[in-house]
Ligand binder design. Structure first.
Ligand code: HEC
Length: 248
């Protein structure tokens, strides 16, 4: 193949790679932005597959550019010789050496970058998005199932009635024995004698369960605090699932 058609072919390939890069880059930025990989696709391909095309197109462009440089080697050498007075005395060879040196520096820079990137990858201490909570994602049938909640307990329907029937008469609006009120949120969650009654998610660390199951040592009026096992279990489930106490 003579020079003309070969150059045309190389330039066409370069243009094709560049356009592919721009198009796939657009797809990766706008229609399929980060974090959509597991939930969305475009024309049958996921964000990950579009990304693969994107990176191969850029490698292709790099390869074509290198061929382009080789094809225009003589032109580059002549250019350098004319530009820099210091090589003019040395004849053709000096220009050639300068061209080679330039190429060597470029290749070394590329290799350094690749190495630094390869060894620079670190695992984040805290993942940006836990796998189950993708930000701004409409939940679709394809998305992963939500993490299982232990059990949902409705505070106002199931928990407050227990306090209402078993605690309020001594710890409510009329009497506040021990300065404790079972109808006020802060009384359960702020520290009493060093530890709060309820630690969300931590049943073992929640004194409330000890009090209502007779396990708190030296508890005064212990009998008045005993709850039936099913209510103790209910309080335990409520605490384990986060001790939600929504405002009404
Ligand atoms: C019949 C009255 C009565 C009922 C009903 C009652 N308590 Fe008490 N409560 C007491 C008495 C008496 C004390 C001890 C006061 C003292 O320390 O002198 C006490 C103390 C407490 C304390 C403070 C002890 C500590 O370790 O912090 C908490 C908390 C408490 N009760 C929670 C409850 C809860 C929750 C319920 C409902 C499940 C409840 N009480 C039901 C009378 C009652």
């Amino acid at each position: 193949m003579s020079r003309g058609p070969l150059n045309l072919l190389i330039d066409t390939l370069a243009a094709a790679c560049l356009l592919t890069m721009v198009a796939t880059g657009y797809v990766l930025r706008f229609p399929l932005p980060p974090a959509t990989n597991r939930t969305h696709e475009l024309w049958g391909m996921s964000r990950h597959e579009w990304g693969t095309i994107h990176s191969w197109a850029s490698l292709g462009l790099l390869l074509v550019l290198i061929i382009h440089l080789v094809l225009h080697w003589d032109w580059i050498v002549t250019m350098i010789r004319h530009r820099f007075a210091c090589f003019q005395g040395g004849g053709a060879n000096a220009g050639r050496h300068a061209g080679l040196a330039t190429m060597a520096v470029l290749v070394a820079l590329a290799a350094l970058f690749a190495l630094a990137a390869h060894f620079g990858v670190r695992e984040r201490e805290v993942p940006l998005h836990p796998l189950n909570e993708l930000p701004g994602q409409p939940s679709s049938a394809a998305s992963a199932p939500k993490p299982p909640r232990v059990t949902t307990v409705d505070f106002w329907k199931e928990i407050m009635p227990v306090f209402q029937t078993s605690c309020i008469e001594c710890h409510g609006p009329t009497r506040q024995t021990s300065g404790f009120r079972a109808d006020q949120r802060e009384n359960f969650f702020s520290p009493r004698d060093g530890a709060p009654l309820v630690v969300p998610g931590d049943a073992a660390g929640s004194r409330l369960l000890d009090i209502v199951s007779g396990k708190q040592p030296g508890m005064k009026a212990a009998v008045a605090h005993h709850l039936p096992p099913d209510e103790i279990q209910l309080l335990k489930t409520w605490i384990e699932s986060g001790a939600d106490w929504p405002t009404r």
